[in-house]
Design a protein around this ligand. Structure first.
Ligand code: ASP
Ligand code: MG
Length: 424
Protein backbone atom coordinates (compact mmCIF):
# COMPACT_ATOMS: atom_id res chain seq x y z
CA UNK A 1 0.00 0.00 0.00
CA UNK A 2 1.35 3.38 -1.00
CA UNK A 3 0.41 6.86 0.10
CA UNK A 4 0.98 9.47 -2.57
CA UNK A 5 0.66 13.17 -2.23
CA UNK A 6 0.17 15.67 -5.04
CA UNK A 7 0.60 19.33 -4.11
CA UNK A 8 -0.94 22.49 -5.51
CA UNK A 9 1.66 22.93 -8.26
CA UNK A 10 0.99 19.39 -9.53
CA UNK A 11 -2.68 20.27 -9.92
CA UNK A 12 -2.48 23.85 -11.09
CA UNK A 13 -4.06 23.38 -14.54
CA UNK A 14 -5.63 20.74 -16.75
CA UNK A 15 -2.32 19.69 -18.25
CA UNK A 16 -0.94 19.08 -14.74
CA UNK A 17 -3.98 16.97 -13.88
CA UNK A 18 -3.45 14.91 -17.02
CA UNK A 19 0.19 14.47 -16.03
CA UNK A 20 -0.96 13.27 -12.59
CA UNK A 21 -3.06 10.58 -14.27
CA UNK A 22 -0.10 9.58 -16.49
CA UNK A 23 2.13 9.20 -13.44
CA UNK A 24 -0.48 7.13 -11.63
CA UNK A 25 -0.86 4.83 -14.61
CA UNK A 26 2.35 3.06 -13.60
CA UNK A 27 0.79 2.17 -10.22
CA UNK A 28 -2.54 0.81 -11.43
CA UNK A 29 -2.02 -2.65 -10.03
CA UNK A 30 -1.21 -1.34 -6.54
CA UNK A 31 -3.26 -0.19 -3.58
CA UNK A 32 -2.93 3.56 -3.30
CA UNK A 33 -4.19 6.31 -1.05
CA UNK A 34 -4.01 9.60 -2.89
CA UNK A 35 -3.77 12.79 -0.84
CA UNK A 36 -4.25 16.06 -2.68
CA UNK A 37 -3.80 19.73 -1.87
CA UNK A 38 -5.79 22.62 -3.23
CA UNK A 39 -5.13 23.44 -6.88
CA UNK A 40 -2.45 26.01 -7.67
CA UNK A 41 -2.77 29.06 -5.44
CA UNK A 42 -6.34 28.38 -4.34
CA UNK A 43 -5.57 28.35 -0.61
CA UNK A 44 -3.97 31.80 -0.92
CA UNK A 45 -7.04 33.04 -2.73
CA UNK A 46 -9.36 31.62 -0.08
CA UNK A 47 -7.21 33.19 2.60
CA UNK A 48 -7.41 36.52 0.80
CA UNK A 49 -11.16 36.13 0.55
CA UNK A 50 -11.48 35.55 4.29
CA UNK A 51 -9.28 38.57 5.02
CA UNK A 52 -11.39 40.81 2.83
CA UNK A 53 -14.64 39.57 4.33
CA UNK A 54 -13.26 40.06 7.80
CA UNK A 55 -12.26 43.63 6.99
CA UNK A 56 -15.68 44.33 5.56
CA UNK A 57 -14.41 44.76 2.03
CA UNK A 58 -17.49 42.99 0.80
CA UNK A 59 -17.30 43.87 -2.87
CA UNK A 60 -13.68 42.84 -3.22
CA UNK A 61 -14.40 39.63 -1.33
CA UNK A 62 -17.11 38.70 -3.83
CA UNK A 63 -14.71 39.40 -6.70
CA UNK A 64 -12.14 37.00 -5.29
CA UNK A 65 -14.93 34.48 -4.72
CA UNK A 66 -15.93 34.79 -8.39
CA UNK A 67 -12.33 34.15 -9.44
CA UNK A 68 -12.17 30.99 -7.35
CA UNK A 69 -15.46 29.78 -8.82
CA UNK A 70 -14.35 30.59 -12.38
CA UNK A 71 -10.99 28.84 -11.93
CA UNK A 72 -12.58 25.57 -10.81
CA UNK A 73 -15.56 25.74 -13.15
CA UNK A 74 -13.31 26.33 -16.16
CA UNK A 75 -11.04 23.51 -15.10
CA UNK A 76 -14.01 21.16 -14.81
CA UNK A 77 -15.41 22.27 -18.19
CA UNK A 78 -12.12 21.65 -19.90
CA UNK A 79 -11.66 18.22 -18.36
CA UNK A 80 -15.32 17.17 -18.70
CA UNK A 81 -16.91 18.68 -21.80
CA UNK A 82 -20.14 16.79 -21.09
CA UNK A 83 -22.35 19.36 -19.38
CA UNK A 84 -24.35 16.65 -17.68
CA UNK A 85 -21.31 15.17 -15.92
CA UNK A 86 -21.75 14.93 -12.17
CA UNK A 87 -18.57 16.93 -11.51
CA UNK A 88 -20.28 20.17 -12.56
CA UNK A 89 -22.86 19.66 -9.86
CA UNK A 90 -20.18 18.81 -7.29
CA UNK A 91 -18.14 21.93 -8.10
CA UNK A 92 -21.26 24.12 -8.00
CA UNK A 93 -22.27 22.67 -4.66
CA UNK A 94 -18.86 23.32 -3.05
CA UNK A 95 -18.88 26.89 -4.39
CA UNK A 96 -22.38 27.37 -3.01
CA UNK A 97 -21.08 26.37 0.42
CA UNK A 98 -18.27 28.93 0.24
CA UNK A 99 -20.76 31.56 -0.78
CA UNK A 100 -23.00 30.77 2.19
CA UNK A 101 -20.09 31.00 4.64
CA UNK A 102 -19.13 34.32 3.10
CA UNK A 103 -22.67 35.66 3.49
CA UNK A 104 -22.59 34.52 7.11
CA UNK A 105 -19.40 36.43 7.84
CA UNK A 106 -20.77 39.58 6.27
CA UNK A 107 -24.05 39.29 8.12
CA UNK A 108 -22.66 38.41 11.52
CA UNK A 109 -19.64 40.70 11.36
CA UNK A 110 -17.80 37.95 13.11
CA UNK A 111 -14.78 36.03 11.95
CA UNK A 112 -13.45 33.42 14.35
CA UNK A 113 -10.56 31.18 13.31
CA UNK A 114 -12.97 28.32 12.89
CA UNK A 115 -14.62 30.17 10.03
CA UNK A 116 -11.21 30.59 8.38
CA UNK A 117 -10.73 26.83 8.56
CA UNK A 118 -14.15 26.17 7.08
CA UNK A 119 -13.49 28.50 4.16
CA UNK A 120 -9.96 27.39 3.28
CA UNK A 121 -10.88 23.70 3.46
CA UNK A 122 -12.86 24.11 0.24
CA UNK A 123 -9.65 24.35 -1.77
CA UNK A 124 -8.92 20.71 -0.97
CA UNK A 125 -12.57 19.65 -1.33
CA UNK A 126 -12.80 21.14 -4.82
CA UNK A 127 -9.47 19.77 -5.92
CA UNK A 128 -10.16 16.24 -4.68
CA UNK A 129 -13.58 16.23 -6.35
CA UNK A 130 -12.13 17.14 -9.73
CA UNK A 131 -9.18 14.75 -9.56
CA UNK A 132 -11.46 11.97 -8.33
CA UNK A 133 -13.82 12.27 -11.28
CA UNK A 134 -10.97 12.62 -13.74
CA UNK A 135 -9.29 9.41 -12.56
CA UNK A 136 -12.64 7.66 -12.48
CA UNK A 137 -13.12 8.55 -16.16
CA UNK A 138 -9.65 7.15 -16.74
CA UNK A 139 -10.90 3.82 -15.31
CA UNK A 140 -9.21 3.96 -11.93
CA UNK A 141 -11.52 2.20 -9.44
CA UNK A 142 -11.24 5.16 -7.11
CA UNK A 143 -13.31 6.23 -4.10
CA UNK A 144 -13.61 9.76 -2.73
CA UNK A 145 -13.31 10.08 1.03
CA UNK A 146 -13.71 13.15 3.21
CA UNK A 147 -10.54 13.50 5.29
CA UNK A 148 -12.53 15.22 8.02
CA UNK A 149 -14.06 11.87 8.91
CA UNK A 150 -10.58 10.41 9.29
CA UNK A 151 -8.16 12.97 10.68
CA UNK A 152 -9.40 13.92 14.15
CA UNK A 153 -7.88 16.91 15.87
CA UNK A 154 -8.20 19.26 18.81
CA UNK A 155 -9.90 22.62 18.36
CA UNK A 156 -6.80 24.71 17.82
CA UNK A 157 -8.11 26.12 14.55
CA UNK A 158 -5.55 27.01 11.82
CA UNK A 159 -2.90 24.86 13.57
CA UNK A 160 -4.80 21.88 14.89
CA UNK A 161 -3.01 19.02 16.64
CA UNK A 162 -3.85 15.48 15.68
CA UNK A 163 -5.62 13.19 18.12
CA UNK A 164 -3.64 10.11 17.16
CA UNK A 165 -5.70 7.42 18.85
CA UNK A 166 -9.01 8.65 17.42
CA UNK A 167 -7.44 9.13 14.01
CA UNK A 168 -5.98 5.64 14.07
CA UNK A 169 -9.39 4.25 14.98
CA UNK A 170 -11.17 6.19 12.23
CA UNK A 171 -8.65 5.17 9.61
CA UNK A 172 -8.93 1.52 10.61
CA UNK A 173 -12.70 1.46 10.55
CA UNK A 174 -13.53 4.00 7.84
CA UNK A 175 -10.67 3.81 5.38
CA UNK A 176 -8.90 0.48 5.54
CA UNK A 177 -11.94 -1.58 4.47
CA UNK A 178 -12.47 0.61 1.40
CA UNK A 179 -8.81 0.37 0.45
CA UNK A 180 -8.96 -3.40 0.82
CA UNK A 181 -11.87 -3.63 -1.51
CA UNK A 182 -11.46 -0.81 -3.99
CA UNK A 183 -7.65 -0.39 -3.86
CA UNK A 184 -7.77 3.29 -4.75
CA UNK A 185 -8.97 6.11 -2.51
CA UNK A 186 -8.56 9.84 -2.90
CA UNK A 187 -8.76 12.17 0.08
CA UNK A 188 -7.65 15.67 1.06
CA UNK A 189 -4.53 16.92 2.73
CA UNK A 190 -4.47 19.78 5.24
CA UNK A 191 -7.94 19.28 6.75
CA UNK A 192 -9.44 17.39 9.66
CA UNK A 193 -12.21 17.84 12.21
CA UNK A 194 -12.52 18.31 15.95
CA UNK A 195 -14.70 16.65 18.58
CA UNK A 196 -17.76 18.64 17.52
CA UNK A 197 -17.28 17.63 13.92
CA UNK A 198 -16.12 21.12 12.94
CA UNK A 199 -13.53 21.53 10.19
CA UNK A 200 -9.98 22.21 11.33
CA UNK A 201 -6.73 22.68 9.40
CA UNK A 202 -3.24 21.48 10.22
CA UNK A 203 -1.34 24.65 9.27
CA UNK A 204 -0.36 26.03 5.87
CA UNK A 205 1.37 23.59 3.55
CA UNK A 206 0.15 20.80 5.82
CA UNK A 207 -0.75 18.24 3.14
CA UNK A 208 2.61 16.47 3.31
CA UNK A 209 1.92 16.02 7.00
CA UNK A 210 -1.59 14.69 6.33
CA UNK A 211 -0.10 12.12 3.97
CA UNK A 212 2.35 11.07 6.68
CA UNK A 213 -0.47 10.68 9.21
CA UNK A 214 -2.30 8.40 6.79
CA UNK A 215 0.87 6.48 5.93
CA UNK A 216 1.66 5.93 9.58
CA UNK A 217 -1.87 4.81 10.57
CA UNK A 218 -2.11 2.52 7.53
CA UNK A 219 1.43 1.19 8.00
CA UNK A 220 2.05 1.98 4.36
CA UNK A 221 5.02 0.57 2.44
CA UNK A 222 6.09 4.08 1.47
CA UNK A 223 5.00 7.67 1.03
CA UNK A 224 5.70 9.36 -2.26
CA UNK A 225 5.48 13.13 -2.55
CA UNK A 226 5.37 14.41 -6.14
CA UNK A 227 6.95 17.81 -6.51
CA UNK A 228 7.75 20.39 -9.15
CA UNK A 229 11.43 19.98 -8.21
CA UNK A 230 13.62 16.97 -9.11
CA UNK A 231 14.13 15.94 -5.48
CA UNK A 232 15.60 17.44 -2.34
CA UNK A 233 18.61 19.63 -3.00
CA UNK A 234 21.25 20.58 -0.48
CA UNK A 235 20.55 24.29 -1.04
CA UNK A 236 18.26 26.55 -3.04
CA UNK A 237 19.55 26.24 -6.64
CA UNK A 238 18.31 29.74 -7.45
CA UNK A 239 20.76 31.15 -4.90
CA UNK A 240 23.50 28.52 -5.04
CA UNK A 241 24.49 27.32 -8.50
CA UNK A 242 26.51 24.52 -6.91
CA UNK A 243 23.45 23.01 -5.26
CA UNK A 244 22.79 19.39 -6.12
CA UNK A 245 20.11 16.77 -5.73
CA UNK A 246 20.57 14.44 -2.79
CA UNK A 247 19.70 10.90 -3.78
CA UNK A 248 19.52 9.73 -0.18
CA UNK A 249 19.09 11.56 3.06
CA UNK A 250 18.63 10.66 6.73
CA UNK A 251 15.38 11.52 8.52
CA UNK A 252 17.26 13.82 10.90
CA UNK A 253 18.83 15.84 8.10
CA UNK A 254 15.58 16.59 6.37
CA UNK A 255 13.97 17.56 9.66
CA UNK A 256 16.72 20.11 10.29
CA UNK A 257 16.58 21.43 6.74
CA UNK A 258 12.83 21.93 6.74
CA UNK A 259 12.81 23.32 10.28
CA UNK A 260 15.23 25.98 9.06
CA UNK A 261 13.22 26.90 6.03
CA UNK A 262 13.81 24.41 3.19
CA UNK A 263 10.29 24.46 1.83
CA UNK A 264 10.46 21.16 0.03
CA UNK A 265 8.67 19.21 2.73
CA UNK A 266 6.53 20.25 5.69
CA UNK A 267 8.63 19.89 8.88
CA UNK A 268 5.98 17.87 10.72
CA UNK A 269 5.96 15.17 8.04
CA UNK A 270 9.00 13.24 9.16
CA UNK A 271 8.23 12.25 12.74
CA UNK A 272 5.29 9.91 12.01
CA UNK A 273 7.14 8.32 9.10
CA UNK A 274 10.38 7.87 10.97
CA UNK A 275 8.63 6.42 14.03
CA UNK A 276 6.72 3.94 11.89
CA UNK A 277 9.80 3.15 9.78
CA UNK A 278 8.17 4.24 6.53
CA UNK A 279 10.40 5.54 3.75
CA UNK A 280 9.63 8.86 2.10
CA UNK A 281 10.35 9.48 -1.58
CA UNK A 282 10.38 12.95 -3.04
CA UNK A 283 10.00 12.62 -6.79
CA UNK A 284 9.75 14.87 -9.79
CA UNK A 285 6.31 15.45 -11.15
CA UNK A 286 7.83 16.38 -14.51
CA UNK A 287 10.30 13.47 -14.72
CA UNK A 288 8.61 10.70 -12.78
CA UNK A 289 11.13 8.15 -14.06
CA UNK A 290 14.01 9.90 -12.27
CA UNK A 291 14.98 8.62 -8.83
CA UNK A 292 14.44 11.77 -6.81
CA UNK A 293 15.34 11.61 -3.14
CA UNK A 294 14.85 8.72 -0.77
CA UNK A 295 14.65 9.28 2.98
CA UNK A 296 14.54 6.11 4.99
CA UNK A 297 17.26 5.84 7.53
CA UNK A 298 18.29 7.30 10.80
CA UNK A 299 21.64 8.52 9.69
CA UNK A 300 23.40 11.76 8.97
CA UNK A 301 25.28 11.82 5.71
CA UNK A 302 28.50 13.47 6.78
CA UNK A 303 29.79 13.89 3.27
CA UNK A 304 27.27 16.50 2.33
CA UNK A 305 26.66 20.07 3.46
CA UNK A 306 23.22 21.62 3.39
CA UNK A 307 22.00 25.15 3.56
CA UNK A 308 18.52 26.45 4.31
CA UNK A 309 17.15 29.95 4.75
CA UNK A 310 14.27 30.79 7.05
CA UNK A 311 12.80 34.17 6.20
CA UNK A 312 10.77 36.62 8.36
CA UNK A 313 12.63 35.86 11.55
CA UNK A 314 13.03 38.12 14.58
CA UNK A 315 15.82 38.30 17.11
CA UNK A 316 14.75 39.04 20.68
CA UNK A 317 17.52 39.95 23.16
CA UNK A 318 16.53 39.90 26.79
CA UNK A 319 18.42 41.13 29.86
CA UNK A 320 17.42 41.28 33.51
CA UNK A 321 17.28 44.81 34.83
CA UNK A 322 18.91 43.97 38.15
CA UNK A 323 22.04 42.65 36.36
CA UNK A 324 21.37 38.99 37.25
CA UNK A 325 22.79 36.37 35.02
CA UNK A 326 20.56 33.77 33.48
CA UNK A 327 19.73 30.67 35.47
CA UNK A 328 17.46 27.75 34.74
CA UNK A 329 14.50 29.07 36.71
CA UNK A 330 14.44 32.49 34.98
CA UNK A 331 15.01 30.91 31.58
CA UNK A 332 12.20 28.45 32.33
CA UNK A 333 9.94 31.33 33.40
CA UNK A 334 10.58 33.22 30.14
CA UNK A 335 9.87 30.13 28.05
CA UNK A 336 6.67 29.37 29.95
CA UNK A 337 5.45 32.89 29.21
CA UNK A 338 6.46 32.49 25.58
CA UNK A 339 4.45 29.31 25.41
CA UNK A 340 1.39 31.15 26.74
CA UNK A 341 1.59 33.91 24.15
CA UNK A 342 2.43 31.59 21.29
CA UNK A 343 6.13 32.23 20.67
CA UNK A 344 8.17 29.22 19.57
CA UNK A 345 11.94 29.58 19.79
CA UNK A 346 13.65 28.50 16.59
CA UNK A 347 17.14 29.09 17.90
CA UNK A 348 18.34 30.16 21.33
CA UNK A 349 21.60 31.37 22.76
CA UNK A 350 22.32 32.15 26.39
CA UNK A 351 25.35 33.97 27.62
CA UNK A 352 25.86 35.43 31.10
CA UNK A 353 23.45 38.30 30.81
CA UNK A 354 21.82 38.01 27.43
CA UNK A 355 19.19 35.55 26.38
CA UNK A 356 18.76 35.61 22.61
CA UNK A 357 15.86 33.98 20.86
CA UNK A 358 15.15 33.75 17.17
CA UNK A 359 11.50 33.29 16.34
CA UNK A 360 9.04 33.87 13.48
CA UNK A 361 8.40 37.59 13.01
CA UNK A 362 4.68 36.98 12.99
CA UNK A 363 4.88 35.48 16.46
CA UNK A 364 7.48 37.93 17.76
CA UNK A 365 4.98 40.76 17.69
CA UNK A 366 3.21 39.13 20.63
CA UNK A 367 6.26 39.64 22.81
CA UNK A 368 5.07 43.05 23.95
CA UNK A 369 2.22 41.36 25.84
CA UNK A 370 4.77 39.81 28.16
CA UNK A 371 8.12 41.60 28.10
CA UNK A 372 6.57 45.03 27.62
CA UNK A 373 4.79 44.62 30.94
CA UNK A 374 7.25 42.67 33.07
CA UNK A 375 9.47 45.03 35.08
CA UNK A 376 12.06 42.34 35.65
CA UNK A 377 13.32 42.40 32.04
CA UNK A 378 14.47 44.73 29.33
CA UNK A 379 14.59 43.70 25.73
CA UNK A 380 15.51 44.65 22.17
CA UNK A 381 13.97 43.22 19.11
CA UNK A 382 14.81 43.25 15.38
CA UNK A 383 12.32 42.00 12.84
CA UNK A 384 12.36 40.65 9.31
CA UNK A 385 15.74 38.96 9.37
CA UNK A 386 16.84 35.92 7.40
CA UNK A 387 18.17 33.00 9.36
CA UNK A 388 20.78 31.13 7.35
CA UNK A 389 21.30 27.62 8.62
CA UNK A 390 24.11 25.37 7.43
CA UNK A 391 24.85 21.84 8.40
CA UNK A 392 28.44 21.21 7.56
CA UNK A 393 29.57 18.04 5.86
CA UNK A 394 33.16 17.03 5.40
CA UNK A 395 33.72 17.65 1.75
CA UNK A 396 31.04 17.70 -0.84
CA UNK A 397 28.86 20.74 -1.24
CA UNK A 398 30.98 22.73 1.12
CA UNK A 399 31.97 25.08 -1.68
CA UNK A 400 28.93 27.29 -1.48
CA UNK A 401 29.42 27.68 2.23
CA UNK A 402 33.06 28.76 2.07
CA UNK A 403 32.28 32.41 1.50
CA UNK A 404 29.66 32.42 4.17
CA UNK A 405 32.18 31.22 6.71
CA UNK A 406 33.81 34.67 6.40
CA UNK A 407 30.62 36.37 7.52
CA UNK A 408 30.97 39.19 10.00
CA UNK A 409 30.88 38.00 13.58
CA UNK A 410 28.11 40.40 14.63
CA UNK A 411 25.48 38.58 12.60
CA UNK A 412 26.60 35.22 13.83
CA UNK A 413 24.22 33.26 15.97
CA UNK A 414 26.01 29.97 16.46
CA UNK A 415 28.92 28.14 14.97
CA UNK A 416 30.50 24.82 15.72
CA UNK A 417 32.06 21.95 13.84
CA UNK A 418 28.74 20.61 12.53
CA UNK A 419 26.57 23.64 12.07
CA UNK A 420 26.64 27.31 11.43
CA UNK A 421 23.80 29.80 11.85
CA UNK A 422 23.72 33.49 11.13
CA UNK A 423 21.16 36.25 10.81
CA UNK A 424 21.04 38.79 8.06
N1 ASP B 1 -3.49 23.84 0.41
C1 ASP B 1 -2.80 24.04 1.66
C2 ASP B 1 -1.87 25.24 1.55
O1 ASP B 1 -1.66 25.75 0.47
C3 ASP B 1 -2.08 22.83 2.14
C4 ASP B 1 -0.92 22.38 1.26
O2 ASP B 1 -0.80 22.84 0.13
O3 ASP B 1 -0.13 21.56 1.70
O4 ASP B 1 -1.34 25.66 2.54
MG1 MG C 1 0.62 24.02 -1.20
Amino acid sequence: MLVMKFGGASLRNTEAIRQTARILDAYRSQTVLLVVSAMGKTTNALEQLSGLAQNRKTEEAWLVFQEIVAFHTDMAKELFPDEGHIIHQEVAEACEHISRILQGIILLEDFPDRTYDRIVSYGEILSSRIVHRFLEEDRFPIHWKDARQLIRTDSDYKQADVNWSLTQEQIETELQPILKEAHWVITQGFIGSNGQGRTTTLGREGSDYSAAIFASCLKAEAQIVWKDVPGIMNADPALNPEAKILSELGYAQIVEMSYFGASVIHPKTIRPLRNAGIPLYVKSFVHPEANGTKIERDYVDLSVSTKSIKRRQSLIKIRQRDFSFWQSNTVAYVFRQFDKIGIEPRLTRISGQVLEIVTDTEEAHHVEAFLGKDEQFEYEISHNLELHAMLLGESEGRGFIKEELQISETALMQKNAQSFFYLK
